[in-house]
Write a protein that binds this ligand. Structure first.
Ligand code: ADP
Length: 324
């Protein structure tokens, strides 16, 4: 808050100083004109009555007042605009610093908790002889946790690349439905109770970068999983519509209030208060999703699912339709 105190003190000082100079200028102006009138009168008009020249001088003096007031108003207006812009910039910086602090706290937690879980799972396997099925469940849980760390590291790298403008998109033709089905097979995302349903139209091709698109799909599915209850269904739809491939990730989770639907794409932004939030995260996922989708000349929006949950709608130009 120190920069804000300095900023407000400076604004206060500038305003006081400005008022003082304006007063001095007008006062000096009046003094000069009144002395001029007095001098004229002493020379030419000992009777003391005001003459034509005096009226002109008084008129000129008033004109000068108005000039000072007008220029003062313009200066004050510009000063106010400057103050508002600077204040906004300071608030943005303060907010970013706060979010970065939260980010470091969440990243540390994000690393610690899956690592602890993996260690616990391995120790459990080491100590006990379980049946195949139980062993499989424990391993599945450990792989899921390892995937979480992987997504976290990949997200951090992706943000660095996006911000460094150093990401050269590969241009490969990708069948969106097959691409997502393959991803679902290779990764263990889902805690046991959650189900994923895939409804993909065949042969919906887009041109894109497999690595970047993996990041988009993983982040959206991970969120759908993270912000929904244990027994919910996550539906993934792929369709084509007027020259675009439409990917929908539909969950039955907490949903996102209308007022937050734009902001969730901001870097580090997380809905609600850091202390009250149950699910952990870094606020980087959707920032990456939006950037990568836009780098593919696509768009991403959020709709409400009925009766509850969110639908993330991602639209890409179909392959061969990049100008669409
Ligand atoms: P993270 O999940 O790491 O917090 P994201 O950028 O992926 O960061 O998401 C930003 C915020 O948007 C989340 O903190 C969460 O509040 C909200 N959000 C994202 N996806 C969903 C979803 N499927 N359902 C409800 N809220 C969501």
């Amino acid at each position: 808050m120190k920069p804000l105190v300095i900023f407000y003190s400076l604004v206060f000082y500038i305003l006081i100083q400005f008022g003082w100079w304006a007063y001095l200028l007008i006062d000096l102006n009046s003094e000069v004109y009144l002395q001029k009138i007095e001098a004229l009168n002493r020379e030419k008009n000992p009777s003391g009555e005001l003459r034509m020249e005096d009226h002109e001088l008084i008129h000129k003096m008033h004109e000068r007042w108005w000039m000072v007031a007008g220029e003062g108003a313009v200066f004050l207006g510009l000063l106010m605009i400057g103050i508002v812009i600077t204040r906004k910039a300071i608030f943005k910086e303060v907010e970013l610093a706060r979010q970065q602090k939260n980010f470091i706290l969440s990243v540390t937690h994000e690393f610690k908790s899956p690592l602890a879980a993996i260690k616990l799972n391995l120790q459990t396997l080491q100590k006990h002889q379980f049946e195949k099925e139980k062993q499989h469940a424990i391993l599945r849980q450990a792989i899921h946790e390892a995937d979480r760390i992987n997504v976290l590291v990949e997200n951090a790298l992706m943000v660095a690349r996006i911000e460094g403008h150093s990401y050269e998109l590969a241009k490969e033709e990708i069948c969106l439905g097959d691409f997502i089905s393959d991803l679902l097979k290779t990764r263990v995302f889902f805690s046991t109770g959650q189900k994923v349903e895939m409804q993909a139209e065949a042969d919906v091709y887009i041109t894109g970068d497999p690595l970047a698109l993996t990041s988009v799909v993983l982040n959206l599915i991970e969120n759908a999983e993270k912000y929904s209850s244990e027994d919910s269904v996550i539906t993934i739809k792929v369709n084509s519509h007027s020259g675009h491939a439409i990917l929908e990730i539909i969950d039955q989770g907490a949903g996102i209030p209308d007022a937050e639907k734009e902001r969730v794409f901001d870097k580090f932004y997380r809905v609600g208060n850091e202390d009250t939030r149950k699910s952990k995260g870094t606020g980087l996922g959707l920032f990456i999703v939006k950037h990568i989708v836009e780098m593919h000349r696509g768009s991403v929006t959020i709709r409400d699912n009925s009766p509850k949950g969110s639908i993330f709608v991602v639209s890409f130009p179909l392959a061969g339709n990049l100008e669409a």
